[in-house]
Design a protein around this ligand. Structure first.
Ligand code: S3P
Length: 169
Protein backbone atom coordinates (compact mmCIF):
# COMPACT_ATOMS: atom_id res chain seq x y z
CA UNK A 1 0.00 0.00 0.00
CA UNK A 2 1.44 3.41 -0.87
CA UNK A 3 0.40 6.39 1.21
CA UNK A 4 -0.39 9.80 -0.31
CA UNK A 5 2.13 12.59 0.21
CA UNK A 6 -0.41 14.60 2.14
CA UNK A 7 -3.78 14.08 3.74
CA UNK A 8 -5.78 17.31 3.73
CA UNK A 9 -8.79 17.60 6.02
CA UNK A 10 -11.62 19.92 5.02
CA UNK A 11 -15.01 20.54 6.61
CA UNK A 12 -16.95 22.99 8.73
CA UNK A 13 -16.09 24.49 12.09
CA UNK A 14 -16.64 21.79 14.71
CA UNK A 15 -16.02 18.88 12.33
CA UNK A 16 -13.04 17.76 14.42
CA UNK A 17 -10.35 18.52 11.83
CA UNK A 18 -7.67 19.31 14.42
CA UNK A 19 -8.44 16.47 16.83
CA UNK A 20 -8.78 13.86 14.10
CA UNK A 21 -5.85 15.27 12.14
CA UNK A 22 -3.50 15.03 15.09
CA UNK A 23 -4.53 11.42 15.82
CA UNK A 24 -4.42 10.41 12.15
CA UNK A 25 -0.92 11.87 11.74
CA UNK A 26 0.30 9.84 14.71
CA UNK A 27 -1.27 6.71 13.22
CA UNK A 28 0.35 7.23 9.80
CA UNK A 29 3.71 8.41 11.20
CA UNK A 30 3.13 11.77 9.50
CA UNK A 31 3.64 15.32 10.75
CA UNK A 32 0.50 17.21 11.77
CA UNK A 33 -0.01 20.79 10.56
CA UNK A 34 -2.91 23.12 11.26
CA UNK A 35 -3.05 26.07 8.88
CA UNK A 36 -4.97 28.34 11.31
CA UNK A 37 -2.46 27.76 14.10
CA UNK A 38 0.50 28.44 11.78
CA UNK A 39 -1.15 31.66 10.55
CA UNK A 40 -1.54 32.73 14.20
CA UNK A 41 2.07 31.89 15.02
CA UNK A 42 3.41 33.77 12.01
CA UNK A 43 1.20 36.76 12.66
CA UNK A 44 1.84 36.81 16.40
CA UNK A 45 -1.90 37.32 16.90
CA UNK A 46 -5.00 35.16 17.16
CA UNK A 47 -7.69 34.79 14.51
CA UNK A 48 -10.23 37.14 16.17
CA UNK A 49 -7.53 39.85 16.19
CA UNK A 50 -6.73 39.26 12.50
CA UNK A 51 -10.44 39.49 11.58
CA UNK A 52 -10.79 42.62 13.69
CA UNK A 53 -7.83 44.47 12.27
CA UNK A 54 -7.57 43.14 8.71
CA UNK A 55 -11.13 41.98 8.12
CA UNK A 56 -12.12 38.56 6.77
CA UNK A 57 -10.48 39.47 3.45
CA UNK A 58 -7.12 40.01 5.19
CA UNK A 59 -7.45 36.63 6.87
CA UNK A 60 -8.36 34.94 3.56
CA UNK A 61 -5.23 36.38 1.93
CA UNK A 62 -3.08 34.97 4.71
CA UNK A 63 -4.90 31.66 4.41
CA UNK A 64 -4.27 31.36 0.66
CA UNK A 65 -0.57 32.21 1.14
CA UNK A 66 -0.35 29.57 3.88
CA UNK A 67 -2.07 26.88 1.80
CA UNK A 68 0.33 27.65 -1.03
CA UNK A 69 3.35 27.32 1.25
CA UNK A 70 2.08 24.08 2.81
CA UNK A 71 1.19 22.51 -0.55
CA UNK A 72 4.79 21.32 -1.00
CA UNK A 73 4.98 19.56 2.39
CA UNK A 74 5.38 15.79 2.33
CA UNK A 75 4.23 13.18 4.82
CA UNK A 76 1.85 15.53 6.52
CA UNK A 77 -1.74 15.63 7.66
CA UNK A 78 -3.05 19.18 7.20
CA UNK A 79 -6.09 20.54 9.03
CA UNK A 80 -7.55 23.52 7.16
CA UNK A 81 -9.93 26.26 8.29
CA UNK A 82 -13.62 25.75 7.47
CA UNK A 83 -13.56 28.57 4.91
CA UNK A 84 -10.51 27.34 2.98
CA UNK A 85 -12.78 26.17 0.15
CA UNK A 86 -14.27 29.63 -0.36
CA UNK A 87 -11.59 30.86 -2.74
CA UNK A 88 -11.47 28.94 -5.98
CA UNK A 89 -7.71 29.46 -6.28
CA UNK A 90 -7.30 27.45 -3.07
CA UNK A 91 -8.79 24.32 -4.61
CA UNK A 92 -5.72 23.34 -6.62
CA UNK A 93 -3.53 24.09 -3.57
CA UNK A 94 -5.62 21.79 -1.39
CA UNK A 95 -5.61 18.98 -3.94
CA UNK A 96 -1.88 19.12 -4.73
CA UNK A 97 -0.19 15.74 -3.97
CA UNK A 98 -2.94 14.92 -1.56
CA UNK A 99 -5.92 12.88 -0.61
CA UNK A 100 -8.62 15.33 0.44
CA UNK A 101 -10.87 14.11 3.24
CA UNK A 102 -14.18 15.85 3.93
CA UNK A 103 -15.24 15.39 7.56
CA UNK A 104 -18.99 15.69 7.05
CA UNK A 105 -20.80 16.77 10.19
CA UNK A 106 -24.43 17.66 10.94
CA UNK A 107 -25.41 21.17 12.00
CA UNK A 108 -26.39 19.84 15.45
CA UNK A 109 -22.89 18.46 15.98
CA UNK A 110 -21.28 21.63 14.65
CA UNK A 111 -23.35 23.68 17.13
CA UNK A 112 -22.53 21.33 19.99
CA UNK A 113 -18.79 21.33 19.30
CA UNK A 114 -18.44 25.09 18.80
CA UNK A 115 -20.58 26.16 21.74
CA UNK A 116 -18.96 28.89 23.88
CA UNK A 117 -16.02 29.08 21.48
CA UNK A 118 -14.40 32.52 21.51
CA UNK A 119 -11.77 31.93 18.85
CA UNK A 120 -14.17 31.78 15.87
CA UNK A 121 -15.09 35.33 14.87
CA UNK A 122 -17.85 34.24 12.47
CA UNK A 123 -19.78 32.72 15.38
CA UNK A 124 -19.59 35.67 17.78
CA UNK A 125 -23.16 36.87 17.28
CA UNK A 126 -26.75 36.20 18.42
CA UNK A 127 -27.38 33.34 16.03
CA UNK A 128 -24.32 31.10 15.61
CA UNK A 129 -26.56 28.20 14.56
CA UNK A 130 -28.06 30.28 11.75
CA UNK A 131 -24.55 31.21 10.60
CA UNK A 132 -23.45 27.56 10.63
CA UNK A 133 -26.56 26.64 8.60
CA UNK A 134 -25.95 29.33 5.98
CA UNK A 135 -22.25 28.50 5.69
CA UNK A 136 -23.06 24.79 5.35
CA UNK A 137 -25.54 25.43 2.53
CA UNK A 138 -22.84 27.23 0.54
CA UNK A 139 -19.84 25.12 1.48
CA UNK A 140 -21.14 21.53 1.62
CA UNK A 141 -21.19 21.26 -2.23
CA UNK A 142 -17.64 22.67 -2.37
CA UNK A 143 -16.27 20.26 0.24
CA UNK A 144 -18.05 17.40 -1.54
CA UNK A 145 -16.66 18.31 -4.95
CA UNK A 146 -13.10 18.56 -3.64
CA UNK A 147 -13.16 15.39 -1.57
CA UNK A 148 -11.56 12.09 -2.48
CA UNK A 149 -13.06 10.62 0.68
CA UNK A 150 -16.22 11.74 2.49
CA UNK A 151 -16.18 10.60 6.10
CA UNK A 152 -19.25 11.08 8.28
CA UNK A 153 -18.30 11.97 11.83
CA UNK A 154 -21.66 12.16 13.64
CA UNK A 155 -22.05 9.86 16.63
CA UNK A 156 -18.52 8.54 16.15
CA UNK A 157 -15.55 8.96 18.48
CA UNK A 158 -12.43 10.54 16.95
CA UNK A 159 -10.72 7.17 17.47
CA UNK A 160 -13.33 5.39 15.32
CA UNK A 161 -13.14 8.05 12.59
CA UNK A 162 -9.35 7.66 12.50
CA UNK A 163 -9.58 3.87 12.32
CA UNK A 164 -12.05 4.08 9.42
CA UNK A 165 -9.88 6.65 7.65
CA UNK A 166 -6.73 4.57 7.93
CA UNK A 167 -8.60 1.77 6.12
CA UNK A 168 -9.70 4.04 3.29
CA UNK A 169 -6.62 6.15 2.61
C1 S3P B 1 -13.48 29.75 9.52
C2 S3P B 1 -13.11 28.64 10.24
C3 S3P B 1 -12.05 28.66 11.26
C4 S3P B 1 -11.04 29.77 10.96
C5 S3P B 1 -11.74 31.09 10.79
C6 S3P B 1 -12.78 31.06 9.65
C7 S3P B 1 -14.58 29.64 8.53
O1 S3P B 1 -11.38 27.40 11.29
O2 S3P B 1 -10.30 29.47 9.81
O3 S3P B 1 -12.37 31.42 12.02
O4 S3P B 1 -14.70 30.50 7.65
O5 S3P B 1 -15.34 28.62 8.63
P1 S3P B 1 -12.02 26.05 11.92
O6 S3P B 1 -12.83 25.40 10.85
O7 S3P B 1 -10.82 25.24 12.29
O8 S3P B 1 -12.80 26.45 13.10
Amino acid sequence: MSLPKRVVLVGPMGAGKSTIGRMLARELGYKFLDSDRIIEERCGANIPWIFDVEGEEGFRQRETAMLDELSTEHETVLATGGGAVMRSENHALLKKHSVVVYLRTSIDQQVERTRKDRNRPLLQNDDPEGVLRRLFAVRDPLYTELADIIMHTDRKSPRLVVRQLVNRI
